[in-house]
Design a protein around this ligand. Structure first.
Ligand SMILES: Cc1cc2nc3c(=O)[nH]c(=O)nc-3n(C[C@H](O)[C@H](O)[C@H](O)COP(=O)(O)O)c2cc1C
Length: 353
């Protein structure tokens, strides 16, 4: 569980059905809590009548780590899933078109709502995790996860057009750990990449509402066997949180999973993001946290190696480790009002802070 519960959407309370504007505010206040690469929050929303459009914010793309915008679109897909879930939590049936195409590459999706059906108990449980879920960075407790949960995660990824595979054999897990370590070394040695990461990992004491704060990662990385290297958010400053002493020593890497898609177009990336958020929230309902690793997928040759050697031919989009752990991470988000534009208004990308 996170140390502090962030402020989230307040359900519309007025008698009767909420207005379209109230509903859009509620949906966006939830959607901003989706995970995003380096917490770039690369999205903005436009509301017009009973429709919300979700756009990728190219000004928040990572030109060095993510030149194609793949991780930006995965992040937007996670926000899209969260927005759909928020509509469901109020008893609306979202009508969604996932759109990015050559004519409008930054228009990720449009969501409308007309019909109603009460949210299921499971949808309500998923929705309650939107604010509570946090990315974990480190090892896990040595407890096995229920096989039924893993089967559910695999099945539900398919609903979003993605493929989640549990990598169970020791050889493949060791290979993925080694590839992650190789990527992490290469990225740390790349000056442009290191500067880009540093620009999204602010120093303690600031007021930024984006990027990865020092409260979200441990000051001392934990070793797991095999070891999955973490990103260097502190870049030599010693920032980060202290771990409780009982967490010291060698810990478990958890259940290693590869999230992939059959194709590798923007629409596949958005679908991977939707599947990611569905899997993260489903795990969270069972007290299961996730550590995410995209370092090897940011190096084209390592990504191709994973696809050829460890995949089933699908395109790897994200590496996940799942497990149970006492979590202390705290993250930040920009206020929903800064990313929601009414009546078809447009966002001008003029800098990110
Ligand atoms: C596409 C994508 C790639 C990510 N890659 C990493 C990663 O390599 N290492 C990491 O620690 N977190 C990674 N994350 C997690 C983000 O850093 C995290 O979602 C963000 O900081 C917000 O924090 P929260 O998930 O706790 O809300 C990734 C998230 C996404 C959506």
């Amino acid at each position: 569980m996170p140390a502090a519960r962030p402020a989230g959407p307040e359900p519309p309370t007025a008698a009767g059905l909420p207005t379209a504007a109230e509903l859009a505010g509620y949906v966006v206040a939830a959607a901003v809590w989706a995970p995003s690469v380096h917490n770039t929050q690369p999205w903005w929303f436009s509301a017009s009548g009973r429709e919300i459009s979700l756009y990728a914010d190219a000004g928040r793309q990572l030109p060095v780590a993510d030149p194609r915008g793949r991780e930006m679109m995965i992040s937007c897909g996670a926000a899209l899933f969260t927005a759909r879930l928020a509509l469901r939590s109020l008893g609306y049936i979202p009508e969604t078109s996932v759109l990015p195409d050559l004519r409008q590459p930054l228009l990720v999706a449009r969501m409308g709502w007309r019909r109603r059906a009460a949210a299921t108990e499971f949808e309500q449980r998923l929705f309650r995790q939107v604010l509570l879920r946090r990315t974990h960075r480190g090892g896990f407790d040595p407890l096995p996860l229920a096989p039924e949960l893993l089967t559910t995660l695999e099945e539900s990824a398919r609903r979003d057009g993605a493929i989640l595979r549990v990598i169970a054999d020791e050889g493949s897990r060791a290979t993925l750990a080694a590839v992650t370590e190789t990527a992490e070394h290469a990225l740390r040695a790349d000056g442009m990449y290191a500067r880009e990461l540093a620009s999204w990992a602010p120093a303690p004491g600031g007021t930024r509402r984006d990027g990865v704060p020092h409260t979200a990662y441990p000051a001392r990385g934990e070793r797991t066997l095999p070891h999955f290297a973490s990103r260097d958010f502190a870049h030599g400053h010693g920032w980060g949180t202290a771990r409780p002493s009982l967490a010291a020593g060698l810990r478990c890497p958890g259940v290693v999973c590869l999230l992939g898609t059959a194709g590798d177009r923007p629409v596949d990336w958005v679908n991977a993001g939707q599947a990611l958020q569905r899997a993260l929230l489903t795990g969270a309902t069972c007290g299961v946290a996730a550590a995410l690793h995209s370092q090897p997928l940011e190096r084209a040759r390592l990504r191709e190696f994973i696809r050829a050697q460890l995949g089933d031919g699908s395109y790897p989009q994200l590496l996940l480790r799942l497990g149970t752990v006492v979590q202390a991470a705290v993250s930040v988000r920009r206020p929903p009002a800064s990313v929601l534009f009414a009546d078809g208004g447009e966002h001008l990308s003029i800098g990110r802070r």
